[in-house]
Design a protein around this ligand. Structure first.
Ligand code: GLA
Length: 387
């Protein structure tokens, strides 16, 4: 992305603006730990080197003017009355963020002029919306000199998504986009929000994180996502007959684990995925720390199989891509990533096999589905920050 060009567009669009700052915020790919964040569990995402860039300056009034280069559209709103808009849906992430920060700090924010552009593939499940939220949070934080804690900004971004945009996501996407570290994945405890950096030197180890976008329209994702959340809550209630103080699936320990299989069939499957996936995150983080890529890949494979068979959030296209990637004997592991029902797969492969994905997997996938999948190789990038 051409940042100098974006700064130039800013000057042309807002010739009388005050001195501008430039902020970037990355998308993310989750390596393992799927559908665990809203169960108070563990995740292991990394921020990616695809990002959104915002150039912004303070105004003396309480207006916000935002120009999206990607949508070629300008949105204007007042900080005195922040309402969702139907016309520029992308602006709702920014409006929601402004509202949540304003409420949290309890005093009015300054107006802003903003230009933005991104190269996080949209609608692919790589968290372009979380990137926009936390990028906006950093812009507001810097321009108003609020000195907000990054973890607080991440939780406010999740609140904006939950309460303003109306998507009941967990904390993972906003957290990693805010706190990601170059060259590392983060092992995040979604209850305490404590986290550890886990070195992810895939490139140096001759390996690559290959992400393939199925190009499937993710129509069902919101309703199925909420249904899964509900089923997890129902499973907790059902497990309370054996352990009355059970708070969430995160707390199912070795003694209670056998009871999971005694739940009504659907609840048993859902709970089994979450409980075992949490353990896989712990084990795979240890494997990654030890530099054991084959072991890490096996956990990825187990994660996918569980998401497909027990949690039932995969789809034909995700399964097909995973199978095609796994058909290469050099592949360490492959799984769906993100909410599911479309979106992307993530694979860990030797760097030398990237060409095989391009030359064999993508064409075979197209022949079988008629869809043109897109391949990305990502490195672990830093979280949102002012440049
Ligand atoms: C989406 C949500 C996240 C998480 C994943 C599934 O990306 O935004 O909070 O729940 O799905 O792991």
């Amino acid at each position: 992305m051409d940042i100098a060009n974006l700064q130039q567009i800013f000057t042309e669009t807002f010739p009388h603006a005050a001195e501008a700052i430039t902020v970037t915020a990355p998308g993310r790919v989750n390596l393992i730990g799927e559908h665990t964040d809203y169960n108070d569990g563990f995740v292991l995402p990394m921020a990616i080197d695809a990002k959104i860039v915002l150039v912004a300056a303070k105004r003396s009034d309480r207006q916000v003017q935002v120009y999206s280069v990607d949508f070629r559209a300008m949105d204007t709103f007042s900080l005195d009355e922040i309402e969702p808009t139907q016309k520029h849906r992308w602006s709702n992430y920014m409006r929601g963020m402004a509202l949540m920060i304003q409420e949290a700090v309890g005093s009015p924010l300054q107006g802003m002029d903003i230009i933005m552009q991104g190269n996080v593939p949209q609608g692919a499940g790589l968290s372009s919306s979380a990137a926009l939220e936390v990028g906006t949070a950093v812009v507001i934080n810097e321009l108003n000199q609020l000195q907000l804690d990054p973890v607080l900004m991440a939780t406010l971004a999740q609140k904006a998504e939950n309460q303003f945009v109306g998507v009941q996501c967990g904390i993972m996407d906003q957290f990693i986009s805010m706190l990601g570290e170059a060259g590392h994945a983060l092992f995040l405890d979604c209850r305490s929000l404590e986290y550890q950096k886990v070195p992810a030197p895939f490139h140096e180890a001759g390996a690559a994180i290959a992400v393939i976008d199925t190009a499937v329209q993710r129509g069902l994702v919101d309703s199925k996502y909420n249904e899964r959340r509900q089923q997890c809550e129902d499973a907790v209630k059902a497990l309370q007959q054996w352990q009355p103080d059970l708070r969430s699936l995160r707390d199912v320990g070795p003694e209670l684990r056998p009871k999971v299989d005694e739940l009504p069939a659907i609840l048993a499957k859902r709970a089994r995925h979450v409980v075992d996936e949490n353990q896989r995150v712990i084990d795979s983080a240890a494997a990654l720390k030890a530099g054991d890529l084959p072991a890490f890949g096996r956990y990825m494979n187990a994660s996918h199989d569980s998401l497909r068979d027990d949690y039932e959030v995969s789809c034909r296209e995700l399964d097909l891509l995973v199978d095609l990637v796994r058909a290469n004997p050099e592949t360490y592991g492959a799984r769906m990533t993100g909410a599911g029902f479309g979106g992307c797969t993530v694979s860990l492969i030797p760097s030398s096999e990237v060409a095989d994905l391009e030359q064999r997997v993508l064409p075979e996938y197209q022949a079988k589905t008629g869809l043109q999948a897109r391949l990305f190789v990502f490195n672990a990038a830093a979280g949102a920050r002012k440049l």
